[in-house]
Design a protein around this ligand. Structure first.
Ligand SMILES: C[S@@+](CC[C@H](N)C(=O)[O-])C[C@H]1O[C@@H](n2cnc3c(N)ncnc32)[C@H](O)[C@@H]1O
Length: 374
């Protein structure tokens, strides 16, 4: 795992030790809405082993055709954990025994440390940062993400709406106070992605000063170097121009203290784009965007053993078939009804990686064997 991140933070953490006049202390949060940080408590950490990172094999050209049903049915989930080093971290916030481990070809991933039956909730996580999306700003409460007949608008920024004063007060303390000033300053609608990104920036700046475990949390999100190493083509070369444009708007949206440098903006944006989730309502309609650091550790598979569902802005990971101890926990980032070529293209375009799941690997092999034989 790379520990080369926003370097100033470690130094500041030491300097800030013992500070008592912080505007928000995690332990003072009566709502408990910040308890998500507890998964990174030092007591659950196992000292990470510095191992060499696995390299990706090159994609075979035969992967660009349809999937084979026979291949899909013969998949047996591999027991991964037993073949690997010690866990990087045990997920204390999980409902089942889960660990984060380094896995071949896909960075880190989550593994079961016990047998889990189908239909179980493995993990429940409050958002680290979450915003209602542009289309729903006047229809959904920005506190609980619920729909209500009557919503009250924030009188200062006139952008976000709330169903109750409880939701408004909680959102003010956790995020809206800085965001509100930014909306007033910018004076025009700020797109969803930039709103949630700015919330991460502002929270990061506030939290690392008040909670040392924050440093551990951000370590768990994939970094730019890891994206460069594992992802092909590299994210920055595709999106550098977009980053530059985003950086301009972000600068208007974050407090002066949280102002990122250009490289910090790119770094956090990379982590953000590959780790954020669309928040869906009960009818699977997009409601907002959120960042969930523990759930973001779960890799994609085109034959997943889990799905994610939402309760408001809270994320739940549920098993859809039995999972053996040692097996990797997986979810699907995309529509898995598509053939392998489309799935891989979609994952490349939206998430910048070549899928190495067992289904894609086996399908590619079958297709290349067929091509060689024919
Ligand atoms: C949300 S993160 C998952 C956690 C990540 N493996 C880590 O170490 O932080 C998504 C990234 O994981 C990797 N990844 C996830 N699923 C993969 C898969 N099926 N094949 C290859 N890489 C995958 C890609 O690098 C992707 O950009």
């Amino acid at each position: 795992m790379s520990h080369k991140k926003r370097n100033y933070r470690k130094r500041d953490l030491v300097e800030d030790e013992g500070e008592t006049s912080a505007p928000v202390k995690i332990s003072d949060d009566p709502s408990g809405s910040l308890s998500r940080l507890s998964f990174a408590d030092e007591e659950v950490l196992v000292v990470p082993k510095q191992t060499a990172k696995p390299k990706r094999p090159k994609e075979t050209s035969s992967a660009a055709t349809a999937t084979t049903a026979a291949t899909e049915q013969s998949i047996e989930p591999a027991s991964i954990a037993s073949q690997q080093d010690d866990p990087i971290v045990l997920l204390k916030c999980a409902k089942k025994k889960l660990s984060v481990r380094r896995l071949p070809d896909r960075g880190r991933g989550v593994c079961a440390e016990e047998d889990i039956s189908a239909g179980q909730t493995l993990l429940e996580e409050d958002s680290y940062a979450a915003v209602v999306d542009d289309n729903n700003l006047s229809r959904r409460c920005s506190g609980c993400f619920g729909e209500a007949k009557k919503l009250s608008r924030c009188s200062a920024c006139k952008v976000v709406h709330y169903c109750s004063s409880v939701c408004q007060k909680r959102d003010w303390v956790t995020s809206h106070q800085e965001e509100c000033k930014a909306f007033v300053k910018v004076g025009r609608p700020v797109p969803t992605a930039i709103r949630v990104y700015s919330e991460v920036e502002n929270l990061e700046n506030r939290m690392y000063r008040t909670n040392p475990t924050f440093e551990l949390l951000i370590v768990l999100l994939i970094s730019t170097e890891e994206l460069h190493e594992y992802n092909s083509p590299p994210i920055a070369s595709i999106q550098l121009q977009t980053f530059a444009q985003i950086a301009m708007v972000v600068r208007d949206c974050v407090t002066e203290a949280a102002m990122p440098s250009a490289s910090e903006t790119i770094d956090l944006w990379c982590r953000f784009t590959t780790n954020s989730f669309s928040i869906l309502d009960g009818e699977m309609v997009d409601v907002g965007v959120g960042v969930y650091p523990a759930t973001a550790m779960i890799n994609h598979s085109c034959w997943p053993n889990c799905v994610v569902v939402f309760e408001g802005a809270r994320i739940l990971v549920r098993s859809i078939r039995p999972i053996k101890r040692g097996e990797e926990i997986t979810q699907s980032y995309i529509d898995i009804a598509e053939p392998v070529s489309r799935r891989r293209a979609d994952l490349r375009q939206r998430y910048f990686f070549l899928c190495q799941c067992e289904l894609c690997e086996r399908t590619s092999k079958v297709l290349s064997d067929v091509a060689l034989a024919g």
